[in-house]
Design a protein around this ligand. Structure first.
Ligand code: ADP
Length: 269
């Protein structure tokens, strides 16, 4: 009887009454209703969150762009004293930081609430890496840092290209942000038995050993990066994406003190 109740064949407690103690039947009916209403409520809340996220992101994008545009106009207008220029640069920094946060927040929420269907398929890897490198080209030039992609034979992996590109963009942006001018970033692809290991090595400030495990947590930022703009969401997003692709990410210390991030993607021969 309980088995049939679990399968949903006996919908109402009244059906149970003949063959079960009426109190048990009553309680089972109550539990069933409670479960049904909770899962319905959850779905509704999930939908509301999805709507809210997309509303907020749309509403915030334009004002942030406006702030940056007016800041630029004021700066170009000239005739400012030193203090005014400092205030303007603070405005710019805060707006850029908010844009950064918004972008990652929207991506994390989309993935976590299932607002988008995440489909990973067999796709070649080279194009994903090259596109990511192109996306950070401007920042690399600004920081005078060279990104060196070592020769490798292209391989098909299990991925959603748009999101895997986001993984590499985030890792490259970090490598650029946390490295001094004039250094180099090396990207290498090594094929293993069932995985491909993409390593991104920088000559930057490095990550203190005791904090290495924590950097993939939401909003975690190391003590040594207070001056740099960031949200602490980038690596959390990286891991979230890779887990959806049956991949993974880890970090180790580079020779000389920088960081090496390893992205593991599943080979799809
Ligand atoms: P953020 O927006 O702060 O960069 P992330 O989630 O991308 O957030 O990274 C979390 C933290 O990990 C960073 O705040 C920084 O302390 C550390 N980190 C990430 N990548 C590097 C790197 N290449 N070199 C040094 N520290 C890094």
């Amino acid at each position: 009887m309980l088995e049939r109740f679990k399968q949903g064949e006996l919908a109402e407690s009244a059906d149970l009454k003949d063959s079960m103690d009426s109190r048990i039947a009553f309680l089972l009916g109550e539990i069933r209703r409670e479960i049904l209403s909770t899962s319905g409520k959850e779905k509704k809340e999930n939908n509301q969150i999805k709507g809210l996220i997309s509303d907020i992101s749309h509403q915030l994008r334009t004002p942030l762009t406006n702030i940056l545009m007016y800041e630029e106009l004021l700066e170009e207008g000239g005739g400012l004293d030193e203090e005014q220029r400092l205030f303007l640069s603070n405005i710019r920094e805060a707006a850029v930081k908010s844009q950064w946060l918004l972008k990652n927040l929207v991506n994390v929420s989309r993935l976590e609430t299932g607002a988008i269907a995440f489909v990973a398929e067999r796709e070649y890897l080279r194009r994903t890496i090259v596109e990511a490198a192109q996306e950070v080209e401007g920042l690399a030039r600004e920081r005078n840092i060279r990104i060196e992609l070592e020769e490798f034979q292209d391989v098909p992996v299990l991925q959603n290209r748009r999101w895997t590109r986001e993984v590499f963009v985030n890792l490259l942006e970090n490598a650029l942000k946390y490295s001094p001018q004039g250094t180099e970033i090396r990207v290498a692809v090594k094929r293993q038995v069932s995985y491909v290991d993409v390593s991104i090595e920088d000559q930057g400030i490095g990550i203190p050993k005791e904090e290495r495990k924590r950097i993939f947590e939401r909003f975690y930022r190391c003590r040594n990066v207070e001056d740099e703009i960031g949200s602490g969401l980038g690596l959390y997003l990286v891991r979230l994406i890779l887990l959806k692709e049956n991949g993974n990410v880890m970090v180790e210390e580079a020779f000389g003190g920088g960081s090496i991030f390893h992205v593991f993607l599943k080979l799809e021969e």
